[in-house]
Design a binder for this molecule. Structure first.
Ligand SMILES: O=P(O)(O)OC[C@H]1O[C@H](O[C@H]2O[C@H](CO)[C@@H](O)[C@H](O)[C@H]2O)[C@H](O)[C@@H](O)[C@@H]1O
Length: 407
């Protein structure tokens, strides 16, 4: 995983690689651009960068990323090979740790009543990550299909609640996997959003917003705050392909406004090589930064934009932002989802739900173990909504009858 085991605690903690303080910096360290900020300059993170060391191996620099890459594996895997992480957890008593962790981040299923009590009379807005949340993590990123049961569940929640998918993938690719036109989609970690043609002046008149039409010919608003980076990202993508071609198992994925370098299928012995090649290339691109996810290094523009900003942007577009009668819920499994959890927690806006079967430090409020539990949660939301509708209908019938009786 993206989070590093802490020797003294069973909880995996977020670790920014050493020797590279300028990269992978949490956007939380930079203030949110006020609505009046002009883009693109208002969107840039001012990240001081090291000068590239021409032609030299920069070991310390690469080692930081190598540590991060290693930490994205289950902590015990290096000790006990060829066992599933869950069975390892049971063996070393960490299941108890998971239970302790659950008391801080309760299951959204067992706490469902608490969630819906708070949601009563409110409009729920649902934000869903894709990989590891709606689809299980698999070796080949091109085959990360969601089940038809999950598709049906997402389709059903979208009938009752505005629903958006926010993914690190390119928007087209994630749309290809999900295939539901009734949702909103944000690809490239929120740097490519298709939303409704409404919202505040800030959203509508934003210099990075344009009117467009979607696959169904419907008018939509397209927000791409990193559009000027497209040629650069393309160049880096090609360079990464060329420079990792000889590393067995390495896979470079073009996510339009960011690039993923996968090392899930790369022998651990070659991880230093991957880390070195990627950081060497990035040294030539001071306007790009490196972050990491689940056995993946992610290269993206240094703009101050992430999944948290995407949630705020979509809420604003849906005219649901900063309203007491709205409850946003974000479900995600990865480090990049923490930006969205943070926005919801710090703004006291709604609930973050972390999908994880191991204890992790998180800004989420609740947890779910895996995509199967996500499916149960989505189904429960639909049942809750239907029961609320039935209750309202009964109340309406009763009051109409009492009006008639009065007459
Ligand atoms: O924001 P997300 O939708 O969670 O996207 C994050 C990355 O997800 C994908 O990679 C992850 O899932 C793959 C398929 O299960 C797995 O093979 C890989 O190891 C995971 O890191 C996607 O391929 C990446 O481009 C996204 O950045």
């Amino acid at each position: 995983m993206d989070l590093k085991p802490n020797c003294n605690s069973p909880v995996l903690t977020d670790q920014i690689p050493v020797n590279k303080p300028t990269l992978g910096m949490s956007s939380s360290l930079t203030p949110y651009s006020p609505p009046s900020a002009t883009f693109p300059s208002g969107l840039y993170l001012t990240i001081p960068r090291r000068k590239p060391l021409s032609g030299k191996l920069d070991e310390a620099h690469t080692c930081g990323w190598l540590d991060a890459m290693k930490s994205s594996s289950p902590p015990c895997k290096r000790l006990v090979k060829d066992k599933s992480f869950d069975s390892i957890l049971e063996e070393d008593g960490s299941n108890a740790s998971y239970c302790t962790w659950l008391s801080k981040y309760p299951s959204a299923l067992t706490s469902f009543e608490q969630i819906t009590n708070y949601a009563k009379g409110k409009q729920i807005a649902l934000f869903l990550d894709y990989d590891g949340t709606l689809s299980p993590i698999v070796d080949n990123p091109d085959r990360a299909f969601m089940s038809s049961a999950m598709r049906t569940a997402v389709k059903n929640v979208a009938k009752h609640f505005p629903t958006a998918i926010i993914s690190g993938r390119s928007r087209d690719k994630v749309y290809g996997f999900v295939g539901l036109s009734e949702l909103y989609y944000a690809g490239s970690h929120g740097m490519d959003i298709v939303g409704p043609v409404r919202g505040s002046d800030w959203v509508i008149n934003h210099p990075n917003s344009i009117r467009s039409t979607n696959e169904q010919g419907k008018e939509v608003s397209l927000f791409q705050p990193a559009s000027e980076f497209l040629p650069m990202i393309d160049e880096v993508f090609r360079s990464l392909i060329k420079n990792t071609r000889d590393i067995k198992g390495a896979k470079v994925e073009n996510n339009k406004f960011c690039v993923s370098v996968h090392y899930r299928l790369v022998d651990e012995k070659s991880w230093p090589v991957i880390a070195q090649r990627v950081t060497n290339i990035l040294d030539n691109y001071p306007r790009l930064r490196l972050t990491y996810g689940r056995k993946v290094l992610e290269i993206r523009p240094i703009i101050e934009w992430d999944k948290g900003k995407a949630v705020e942007f979509l809420l604003e577009s849906l005219e649901l932002n900063d309203r007491d009668d709205v409850l946003p819920i974000y479900v995600g499994d990865d480090r990049t989802d923490e930006d969205a959890f943070k926005v919801l927690r710090e703004g006291n806006k709604g609930y973050g739900i972390l999908v994880s079967s191991v204890p992790k430090e998180t800004k989420a409020h609740y947890s779910l173990r895996d995509p199967f539990e996500v499916l149960q949660f989505l189904k429960s939301l639909v049942r809750f909504k239907k029961s609320e509708m039935v209750m309202h209908q009964s109340i309406n019938i009763c009051s109409s009858m009492s009006i008639l009786n009065d007459k």
